[in-house]
Design a protein around this ligand. Structure first.
Ligand code: SF4
Ligand code: SF4
Length: 111
């Protein structure tokens, strides 16, 4: 079976935290525990301007929504609830093809 993954196209992430909320609700995680964490990274560019990137990234608790994806054939909760459509769930091979044309994207594969 082809390996599945999440691709996070963070160029368009607004930092809204909806993916974190969706993940917590899907798994009923308590406060302080979650499958994805939205990171805010500030960088001072060579021209002196400040750049802010929002990069949500899965944690060790991410199971790629095994119940939804394997048993129900649905996409992951974070992908479904991201209004900016930043998160994609698919095979590693398919996501790698999409990433060929992306400027700011990362892929996550759980253990
Ligand atoms: S990935 Fe989507 S849901 Fe998560 S913080 Fe970014 S825009 Fe919001
Ligand atoms: S794939 Fe599921 S478990 Fe992983 S971060 Fe997204 S919502 Fe959470």
């Amino acid at each position: 079976m082809p390996r599945k993954a999440l691709m996070i196209d963070y160029e368009y992430c607004t930092g809204c935290h909806a993916c974190e909320v969706a993940c917590k609700q899907e798994h009923d995680y308590p406060v302080g525990k979650g499958g994805i964490h939205m990171n805010e990274i500030m960088t001072t560019l060579p021209n002196g301007r400040l750049r802010i990137d929002y990069i949500p990234f899965p944690t060790a608790y991410c199971d790629l929504c095994a119940v939804r994806t394997k048993k129900k054939g649905e996409t992951t909760a974070c992908a479904k609830h991201c209004q900016a459509q930043v998160i994609s769930y698919d095979t590693v091979a398919e996501l790698a093809k999409i990433m060929e044309n992306k400027a700011h994207a990362v892929m996550f594969t759980p253990k």
